[in-house]
Structures are given as C-alpha cells and as structure tokens.
Design a protein around this ligand. Structure first.
Ligand SMILES: Nc1ncnc2c1ncn2[C@@H]1O[C@H](COP(=O)(O)OP(=O)(O)OP(=O)(O)O)[C@@H](O)[C@H]1O
Ligand SMILES: [Mg+2]
Length: 494
C-alpha cells in the first residue's frame, strides 16, 4: 500500500482491570512530522505510547505501520519495527555505564562471542558525536543527574534505526539549553523523515515544535488536527474541558517583618548561609550542573555527611538525614521520584500520609479516619486521578505521582518546604492549583526553597532568587528580575 500513512491507530483501547486507560482511539500520522499528544494527567498518553512500544498489548483495536497491522509481543519487536521510545519514567540502569545502557541487549560481540568493549565505546562515541550529545560513554549512570540520564535514554533511542520516535515528557527535567539541544535533534530527525510523537505539559513547546496534535481526555480522543488550527485557549479547553486562567505576576511578600529562619549548610568548599523571612519563597537559579539540586538536598539533610544547622526563632537544631528533616518540619519534595520519593508498592493513601503519620497517630496507632480525611481533600484539590486510594502508586500516571508527592509534602505541615521541580509533568490545570497552594502556604508563613528549570515559573513564584554555582550561592536577584537577568547572572559568575 503505497499511500498508507506511516502510523495508523484504529479503535485502539487498553484496560487495566476496571480502569479504562484508553478507548476507541483513532489516529493517523505521517513521516517527517512532529505529532504532539496532549491531555491532562491520566488522560492516556503514556498508555498509548506503551502500546506502540510493545510494553503491553492493546485490549482492542489495532496498530498499523505503512498500512500493515502489527502485533508486538515485546518491546524488542516494536523496536525491530522501527519504533523507539523514551519513557516518562526513565529506564536507565544506574549501575551500568552510559555505553552499556545505550547498547543493552544489543552489545557488539567479538567473534568468540565475548562483549566487544572497544567496539561498544567506539560506536557510542560516533553516535554521541553525530547528535552532539555531551556524554561520556564510560561514566556510570548512577553518578549522572536526571537530565543527563534522560540524554542517555535519548541516545539509546537514536542508536537503532528508527522510523518512529516516541518522546514521553522528555523536557520535564531539562534546562532551557538542554531543551534547545533536544529540539535541534528533533528537527534533524524530522528532516530525515522520522515521525516524532511528543508529549509535554509545557504548551509553549508543543506550539513550538508540533505540526499536528491529538488531544486525549479520559482515554478518548477529543481532537486531532494541525497545530496551527488551535490557539492556546482552545488547546487547553480540549484538554481539561474548560479554560484555565494562567497567571502572570510579580510576587510580593505579605509581611516582610516577620521572624527569620537561618540555615547554615556545610559543603565541600566551606559553609553556605541562608537567611529567609517566614513565608518567603526563595528560588535557586543556575546553569546546568550548577548544583541546585545538590544544595537543595543539603538543606534537607539528604546529602551524606553534610549536615544543615537551623535556627528558627529561638529554636536551634541540626539535620543530617531525611528522617531528621521530617521530624523538624523541613520537608524535601524530590525531583527524582524514582530515587527518593515514591514508595511504588504502597497505596496512594499511605504514600500521601507518609510524612504526616506522627500527627495522625495516637499512642503509635494510625487513626484511619483522620488519615483519610486529611488525605482526601488535598488529593481532590490537586485533581489526582486514581482508581481508588488503595491502588499502589506505581499504577498512577506520571503527573499523578507528582501530585501525590506534593500532597504528602503539604500534609507534613512543614516550616520549610524545599521543592525540586514541583510541577514536573503536571498538567496545566493542576499546575495552577499547585501555584495557588504555594501562595497560600507562603501566606501562612511556610518558608520555601524552589528549584525549577522553567524560568518563567521560577520568576512568577519567587520573592527572591539566589544564583547557584558549585552547590553554593554566588549572587542574588530580587523579584521582578527577568529571564535575561537570571541567565546573565548565572553566566557572569560561571
Ligand atoms: N499499570 C497500570 N495499572 C493500572 N492502571 C494504570 C496503569 N498504567 C496506567 N494506568 C491508569 O491509566 C490511566 C492513564 O494513564 P497514563 O499513564 O496513560 O496517563 P498520561 O496521560 O500519561 O498522564 P500523565 O500526564 O500524568 O503522565 C490512569 O488512570 C492510570 O492510573
Ligand atoms: Mg504519562
């Protein structure tokens, strides 16, 4: 069939037990295009990509490539058909090197069948050079940050000849310059005739790179068409069913005279001191690798061997572990859900109440009614989509896992809330809720430290910005600074 589209989905559906993740989806996409998939958290985007990737089979309908109905019994078969996928929850194995991860399962062998390490490194080098990926093939992945591990995942997807490349929220953890590099790669792949399926909750990006868009809602397709036929409001309306008032403002600290919080963190190159007013939201800005996450983790006592000393009003205490942080009300919301956030096998309820159990228990026994009535309203406000409070966190969509972590942090009644990428992968409606909650917390006197790779978001939320380098503070910018100011300050001190 000469004129058949590269990809055609017919009446595609998938159920998980009672949950209907995808139903009756039709979609046609041509080569040499970027086709965006959008929709609120839990709409079915990752499910669609997983079906294409052969992770699990559809419950109904079919996938056609070049007009031929396909059946994938494994991810390997999908790959052999030319479908490569960069998953939302990264699958890089931390104990392996960059090169080993790229060629996993397809390692070059010597004639005697042994692993040919030289060939593997050489091939990696060629690949990384071709796409200008700044990766060292010999590095162990455990030592890489989330954004760099994402690049490894992309390199792996580019390493076999693909016809379709699925990118499930590839930009959620990327800095502006890393995102630029990814978009350059996407443009190049488009020129080579690939079809790129692209998921992102950052709508600016969708408008920037997509040619076509399909919108999913509750597992169904509600719109397909050229990107140019929609404006932002129309797209949001398709996604969430109503428009969302996206704010723009310069935050003002309500009562700047209130008592202060002082923190001293000890690092490799001496101590860093931070002084914050109660209710103040301080943003950490910096170039890639500047150590924003490292600093944030140190503040929360989460970097081994580095303690943080606190003085809050008359009280003094030190934190040198996650548990000590929680005990003193210093709560860290992780950027890396897989590493130190989610308890994948625990229920939604237990995950949310995890850091608040002392206040929900009497004589060491959890008061189940109190637990429920604390958890339910906050998850409702965050519009968490889950079959029930009892399902394990691993069954939630990526954005809903993020909402769960945010809910947990709120319930813990923090005095200092340290948020690393709080809206990572969260849809446009819930993101506004998170902004509003951050606002409310600040008014209630909760002090916050924010790390956020989206500079617009950082500027909109923070009362003050600290420019970070080498995991230490090197400059300060007031609220009302511009994106340019941040980039300027970050490069000046570099
Ligand atoms: N393995 C699973 N078991 C049970 N339910 C699942 C499983 N995977 C997904 N679901 C459910 O299917 C629905 C669609 O999830 P999916 O991950 O496709 O959403 P998504 O559009 O990718 O959302 P997000 O933007 O948050 O990543 C959700 O209700 C989710 O809880
Ligand atoms: Mg998803």
């Amino acid at each position: 069939m000469l004129d058949a589209p590269l990809l055609e989905l017919r009446d595609l559906g998938r159920r998980f037990g009672a949950v209907r993740a995808l139903a009756g989806v039709d979609l046609t996409a041509a080569r040499g295009q970027v086709h965006a998939l959008t929709g609120a958290n839990g709409a079915g985007k990752s499910t669609l990509m997983n079906l294409l990737a052969g992770v699990y089979p559809p419950s109904s309908g079919e996938i056609r490539i070049d007009g031929r109905a396909m059946q994938f019994n494994s991810p390997l078969q999908a790959r052999e058909a030319g479908i490569n996928t960069v998953y939302q929850e990264l699958t890089v194995l931390p104990e392996l090197s960059v090169a080993e991860n790229i060629w996993l399962g397809r390692e070059p062998r010597t004639r005697s069948g042994l692993l040919d390490r030289r060939a593997m490194l050489a091939r990696s080098a060629t690949l990384l050079e071709e796409f200008h990926l700044p990766l060292d093939p010999k590095r162990r992945c455990a030592d890489l940050n989330l954004a760099t591990r994402q690049l490894v995942e992309i390199a792996r997807a580019l390493s076999s000849s693909a016809r379709i490349l699925s990118l499930d929220e590839p930009t959620a953890v990327l800095s502006p310059s890393e995102r630029r590099r990814l978009f350059d790669i996407v443009a190049e792949l488009k020129r080579r005739g690939l079809l790129i399926l692209f998921v992102s909750h950052r709508l600016d990006e969708v408008f920037e790179i997509a040619d076509e868009v399909t919108v999913l809602r509750n597992g169904e397709r509600v719109f397909s068409g050229p990107m140019a036929s929609l404006d932002r409001d129309a797209l949001v309306r398709h996604m969430v069913g109503h428009t969302v008032d996206e704010r723009g403002r310069v935050p003002v600290l309500a009562d700047p005279q209130r008592p202060q919080l002082q923190i001293r963190v000890h690092g490799a190159r001496g101590a860093t001191e931070l002084t914050m007013k109660s209710g103040e939201i301080v943003g950490l800005a910096g170039l890639v690798g500047a150590g924003r996450t490292r600093l944030a983790r140190r503040l929360a006592g989460r970097e081994a061997g580095m303690k943080a000393d606190y003085r809050v009003g008359q009280k003094q205490f030190s934190i040198d572990s996650a548990a000590a942080g929680i005990r003193h009300g210093v709560i860290y919301l992780t950027e890396d859900r897989k590493r130190d956030g989610l308890f994948a096998n625990l229920s939604v309820l237990k995950n949310t109440s995890a850091a608040a159990l002392p206040s929900l228990s009497r004589l060491g026994v959890v008061d189940r009614a109190a637990e429920r009535s604390a958890v339910v309203p906050i998850l409702q406000r965050l519009r968490l989509v889950a079959a029930s409070l009892r399902v394990p966190a691993s069954e939630l969509s990526g954005g809903n896992q993020q909402k769960l972590l945010f809910g947990r942090a709120l319930l813990a009644k923090p005095i200092l809330l340290i948020c690393d990428e709080p809206t990572r992968g969260v849809d446009v409606g819930a993101r506004e809720e998170i902004y509003a909650l951050i606002d409310t917390l600040s008014r209630e006197g909760v002090t916050m430290v924010l790390v956020c790779s989206d500079l617009k978001e950082l500027l909109m939320l923070c009362h003050r910005l600290l420019v970070v380098r080498g995991a230490a503070v090197v400059a300060e910018l007031p609220a009302g600074a511009s994106e340019r100011d941040i980039v300027g300050a970050a490069t000046e001190v570099a």
